[in-house]
Design a protein. Structure first.
Length: 601
């Protein structure tokens, strides 16, 4: 062994640490002659990759660092007939065994003897419960999401798009793409979307995790993406349910292409050295509640053609203003998702490679909620975005020793807010007054359920504020009854979703992996990893009670006016111990009451 190799080995012994998910597999076995004796110096070569090894004096060989896939393996030896084994499957973090016997010949004539390999039913090196899913398997499955494919494995279920393994929470599953984590470090679970067309191999572990899979509680999902080849290949897909479908107004488009970066006129070796793979997918849908986004409370609450509501509300239609092209809706719909994946690989030589991967996704959602059916105009809207960049350097010292160095950047953003409402709109001014005798200043808000949240704080097109106060106007009256009845189960029209999220997560990751397979039984893995997290969590759930500082700033900048008649008073305290007074008041001799909040100086 050369001094340089020994030095690398020594360094990794010093910096030994926790490893992350692997991205390659192994091939090993034993070559014998027709009499069962080992063949020394027989060459075992993995086609396409130009990877190979010679057998030792016992006829054994080991080849590590093989990307997942299905290959042909040639066996050659001086004085023996050559063999070619097809359908040799290599999976992530698994060892494939290929034992064979070659026939001794004085003079070699003819071509190779082709033998089709059989799948191993039992993997001797498998320590835990795991399932490998290849791109060939994925093509035969009528599912288009990773969660759906994984849910077909024993011990895994897909509930509402969230994956559960061995009964654990969705946040307890660890995800990695090309060996680097894409799990949210705070909330857990998968963040980055990878289209099925980009998946080369996927390993699902449901138990018996090895040391290199840290922080896994219920399951591990390790995804390896495709790379390009020396020949161009690709596909374009478009699907729609407009003619025959489930009524969700869904359209989907996919594109995938891969091949050499250099043109067709370059030499065969150069075309193999620099390759790329790109795929993108876009999906637009209005969801299974497509027909319920357009509603009219005035029409729904009638009896024998007569209205029951004591007030009339403006009809909201989520589809107003939409344009279409040849019958297909233009632009975003209620549920929209976009993702892309780009990967390029450059071989410095037969043993050293550089790989750059850039991928990401975006989602835009305006979900439906039965309780908000008549108030969807200010129900939630969400925008999510993920991005990952990975730079990898692979160095294969020999068929049994390899080094990987990886740098990874990952960013996730999540914006969840009321539709059409900015944060400052939570503090719209309706009326403000000052009570010098108590040393208080306050702000009148509209609160339709007296929970301290300005649910219905909004104005119409003329700037006139909608007065829904305590839900008194969201009522119906049955003919012959003198008492109006409240409408349970549905939020009042013009109500505002009161949850605002503006989160950013960034991960900077640097890792090295060293692997040495000494023999078919003993191996050594080591490495180190450095991770830096940048996390911003900016969330408001009940802005009138939690954001006291912003509330006071607003009050200080407001103008004073004359209060109305106080009919009820409640004193309570916020989380800092500051006194807040809540009063029910009547303005301008009106019979409509409001809620006033004061913050004591």
């Amino acid at each position: 062994m050369r001094k340089g190799t020994l030095l690398v080995l020594a360094l990794f012994l010093i910096f030994c640490g926790t490893l992350s998910a692997g991205t390659t597999g192994k091939l090993m076995g034993k070559i014998k002659d027709s009499h069962g004796k080992p063949v020394f110096k027989a060459a075992v070569i993995v086609d396409v990759l130009d990877l190979g090894a010679f057998t030792d004096e016992k006829g054994k060989y080991i080849i590590i660092n093989i990307p997942p896939g299905t290959y042909s393996v040639a066996v050659q030896a001086m004085g023996y007939g050559s063999q070619k084994h097809t359908n040799i499957k290599i999976s992530v973090d698994k060892t494939t065994t290929l034992n064979t016997a070659i026939v001794k010949k004085a003079v070699q004539i003819g071509g190779l003897t082709t033998i089709k390999a059989k799948d191993e039913l039992i993997h001797k090196g498998q320590a835990g419960s795991e399932h490998s899913i290849t791109d060939e398997t994925i093509e035969d499955i009528a599912l288009d999401t990773i969660e759906g494919v994984i849910a077909l494995q024993a011990g895994a279920t897909n509930t509402g798009g969230e994956l559960h393994i061995r009964g654990g929470r969705g946040s307890e599953v660890v995800y990695s793409v090309d060996g680097m984590s894409v799990s949210d470090p705070v909330d857990g679970g998968r963040a980055l979307t990878v289209d099925m067309d980009a998946v080369k191999d996927m390993k699902v572990m449901t138990g018996g995790f090895t040391a290199e899979y840290g922080n896994a509680m219920s399951g591990v999902v390790n995804i390896v993406t495709k790379s390009g080849s020396k020949n161009y290949a690709g596909k374009v897909e478009f699907s729609s349910n407009h003619i025959i479908g489930d009524g969700t107004n869904r359209d989907e488009m996919k594109l995938a292409i891969g091949g050499p970066v250099l043109t067709q006129f370059a030499s065969d070796s150069m075309r193999k050295r620099w390759t790329f793979f790109f795929n993108g997918a876009a999906s637009w849908s209005d969801g299974r509640y497509y027909n319920y986004y357009e509603n009219d409370s005035n029409e729904d609450y009638t009896y024998k053609g007569k209205p029951l509501l004591i007030n009339t509300f403006e009809t909201y239609n989520a589809y107003d203003g939409r344009e279409d092209i040849v019958g297909f809706d233009k632009g975003n719909r209620n549920y929209n998702s976009y993702n892309y994946n780009f990967k390029t690989k450059f071989a410095l030589n037969s043993r050293r490679n550089l790989t750059l991967a850039i991928r990401g996704d975006q989602g835009f959602y305006e979900p439906f909620n039965w309780g908000w059916r008549y108030a969807l105009q200010h129900y939630q809207e969400q925008k999510t975005s993920q991005r990952q960049v990975i730079l990898t350097y692979d160095h294969l010292f020999n068929s049994q020793m390899s080094l990987k160095v990886k740098a990874n950047y990952y960013r996730k953003t999540n914006r969840l807010k009321p539709k059409g409402i900015n944060r400052d709109d939570y503090f719209r001014q309706i009326d403000y007054y000052y009570r010098p005798e108590l040393g208080l200043h306050g702000f009148v808000s509209i609160d339709d359920n007296y929970d301290g949240v300005a649910d219905s704080l909004w104005s119409d097109e003329q700037g006139k504020y909608i007065d829904l106060l305590d839900g008194d106007q969201w009522m119906y009256q049955i003919q012959g009854s003198s008492t109006p009845r409240g409408i349970d189960g549905f939020r009042c029209p013009y109500s505002i979703y009161n949850y605002d999220v503006d989160d950013i997560t960034e991960n900077y990751q640097f890792r090295t992996d060293f692997e040495y397979q000494y023999n078919e039984i003993h191996g050594f893995k080591s490495g180190f990893e450095i991770i830096k997290h940048h996390i911003e969590k900016d969330r408001i759930t009940t802005p009138w009670l939690i954001e006291i500082d912003r509330f006071n700033t607003f009050l200080d900048n407001s103008f004073a006016s004359t209060p109305g008649t106080i009919v009820d008073t409640l004193i309570y305290y916020d989380s800092t111990g500051s006194e807040i007074i809540q009063e029910t008041v009547i303005y301008n001799n009106s019979t409509v009451d409001s809620i006033a909040y004061y913050y004591k100086n």
